[in-house]
Design a protein around this ligand. Structure first.
Ligand code: SF4
Length: 264
């Protein structure tokens, strides 16, 4: 009787960190390597101080379109003028706008904060206490927060991550830009989908620190107008780097031909 031919042992290809092909997101090994390099180059990526959920919620509204320094100044001025959440909820919009002026866009943020507080009080028999969120499942907290007026997925993810320590990855303007350049999604991806894709791609244990690392990279290196790919620790993993570095090289060659020097 003929012997059966042994089935050759086929090993699955090992996932190694590499630049993703165009239109493909980074592989799991590449995501882990991005996280490792961000921590090494820009870490430690400790999350900010944990706050009460209502405090984190209002702070995140104040952080829109401003620096951390101005946000903190606006928050401190607001708390000095309205020391309790109840007194803040009773404030008039002009009075609140005057208190949070250092944070910018105060005429937009003041009515937004008051509308959020009004809605919370209406849902919770007048209470503004959100500490029940500490024991609630993340899905329930997320659903509650995004149904408040003017609260989107980024603000909700900030409360989940920084107040409750849940594995969320807030996609702010820096994270959105850097993640898009790294190939996590394309330019047509909106904020809601960006949150979903990032949470699918990034393991739970890395989400908060990945958020901090991508923000730092976005502020220091992967800048909005012109990313400094030549200084970036993720250069060999990034699908955007070749075109940026190619443009820089051609510019340098053209300047050399015309005798122009970069800088004074
Ligand atoms: S290589 Fe360039 S485009 Fe890519 S993340 Fe770094 S700075 Fe941004």
């Amino acid at each position: 009787m003929p012997r059966a031919t042994p089935t050759p042992l086929v090993r699955a290809p090992r996932d190694r960190p590499r630049r993703p092909d165009p239109g493909r997101p980074p592989s799991p090994a590449t995501v882990r390597e991005i996280h490792r390099r961000l921590a090494r180059a820009l870490g430690p990526l400790d999350p900010p101080l944990r706050r009460d959920p209502i405090e984190e919620l209002i702070l995140t509204v104040l952080s829109q379109n401003t620096s951390d320094v101005n946000r903190d100044r606006a928050f401190a001025a607001m708390r000095a003028r309205f020391p309790t959440w109840e007194s803040l909820a009773d404030a008039g919009p002009h009075e609140l706008a005057a208190a949070i002026k250092p944070g910018g866009l105060s005429n937009i943020k003041a009515p937004r904060i008051l509308a959020i507080l009004e809605e919370i009080a209406a849902r919770q028999d007048g209470s503004l206490d959100l500490r029940w969120m500490r024991d609630a499942p993340s899905d329930r907290v997320l659903g509650y927060l995004v149904s408040l007026p003017g609260v989107g997925p980024k603000t909700a993810a900030c409360v989940l991550a920084f107040s409750l320590g849940r594995p969320a990855l807030p996609v702010d303007t820096h994270v959105h830009r850097v993640a898009r350049r790294l190939g996590f999604y394309d330019e047509r991806t909106d904020a809601v989908r960006a949150h979903q894709l990032m949470e699918l791609a990034v393991p739970a244990s890395m989400r908060i620190t990945m958020h901090v690392g991508l923000i730092r990279l976005g502020r220091l290196i992967c800048k909005p107008a012109r990313p400094l790919c030549e200084d970036c620790p993720l250069q060999d993993l990034c699908p955007t780097a070749p075109s940026v570095l190619g443009a820089v090289a051609s510019e340098g060659a053209r300047d050399a031909r015309t005798g122009r020097r970069a800088g004074p």
